[in-house]
Design a protein around this ligand. Structure first.
Ligand code: SAM
Length: 293
């Protein structure tokens, strides 16, 4: 049965407010976000010390309780009980929208299950902020967040993402961005258009736009700094691969190897020339897939 949950109808239970916070620039905190944090009984924060700085800045004196990925299961019954007692809670993450690659989803699901009103506030979010300035077709888009760290799971994710017709969005830290760009460039055509948005809303905000091959080259001589959003063009807009048989590709790789190039470099050169993913050319060269192109 479908029940309509009206956000602003008085109820005996409390209400969970989902409050986005700035992703860098404090001026992006909305008036409504400040008022909500001031008026609720308790703030469930991913990192209370971090949120305290925000609360101090906006002269908010509401108490906090920690709520993060490592104590979610333990905290859920406690937070639900408080809401059922009639307390109003706000949930915040360290930056941006709660639940988006951040804690929150389990609490929202538990509230929905218990018929507790959930009120989302609009506000800062790194993915959408990057998308609208990327220059890449914004619709349809697919938000993925962080790629899995484990090689096999990451490769499987990249295989699937590479097939998407839609633009897709990833999150990445400065420590892994080089590796992630290299992984993307191995699984997708080197000609795919990508936009990297760095340090959004901060003083060093910058966009790097180009093909995967160009970005890989860029990172060979530039050290990554700051947090990144990666916007990748969908497959439908990729330039069509240049016609060539698998035999011809293997022959060209062999020729390059005979001139002294390392096999992986030869594979990369041929993949770029024919706008194929390095992984596909690698598989063809090493006989890991049928030579039937
Ligand atoms: N909940 C957040 C949101 O709504 O965007 C995302 C939190 S997630 C833990 C952190 C990741 O978001 C970073 O590693 C980075 O990929 C992205 N991010 C957050 N702030 C950013 C910023 N100012 N500039 C670029 N990317 C950012």
């Amino acid at each position: 049965m479908i029940t309509e949950m009206k956000s602003f109808t008085p109820s005996k239970t409390g209400c969970l407010y989902l409050v986005p916070t700035p992703i860098g620039n404090l001026d992006d905190m909305s008036v409504r976000a400040v008022k909500t944090l001031q008026k609720v009984d308790l703030i469930a924060a991913e990192d209370t010390r971090n949120t305290q700085k925000l609360l101090n800045h906006f002269d908010i004196h509401t108490k906090q309780i920690s709520f993060h990925e490592h104590n979610t299961q333990q905290r859920l019954p406690e937070l639900i009980a408080k809401l059922q007692e009639g307390l109003n809670l706000a949930q915040v993450s360290d930056a941006g929208m709660p639940s988006i690659s951040d804690p929150g989803q389990e609490l929202v699901a538990a509230c929905v299950q218990k018929h507790i009103t959930v009120v989302p506030l609009p506000g800062p979010n790194a993915a959408l902020t990057a998308l609208i300035a990327s220059g890449i077709k914004p619709q349809p888009f697919y938000f993925y967040g962080f790629l899995p760290r484990k090689t096999k799971a990451q490769q499987e994710a990249l295989q699937k993402l590479g097939q998407l017709e839609a633009t897709f969005i990833l999150y990445e830290s400065p420590y892994r961005i080089k590796k992630t760009v290299a992984a993307l460039s191995a699984f997708l055509s080197p000609q795919r258009q990508v936009a990297l948005a760095r340090e959004l809303t901060k003083i060093h905000e910058a966009f790097l736009r180009g093909t995967l091959a160009q970005l890989e080259e860029y990172f060979a001589s530039h050290e990554p700094r700051g947090e990144y959003v990666i916007i990748v063009q969908g497959r439908s807009l990729e330039p069509t691969a240049v016609e060539i048989t698998a035999e011809q590709m293997c022959k060209e790789i062999e020729e390059l190897v005979q001139t002294g190039k390392k096999p992986n470099l030869a594979i990369k050169t041929v993949a770029q020339k024919y706008q194929r993913s390095r992984q596909d050319v690698y598989n063809i060269y090493h006989g890991l897939e049928e030579k039937n192109e």
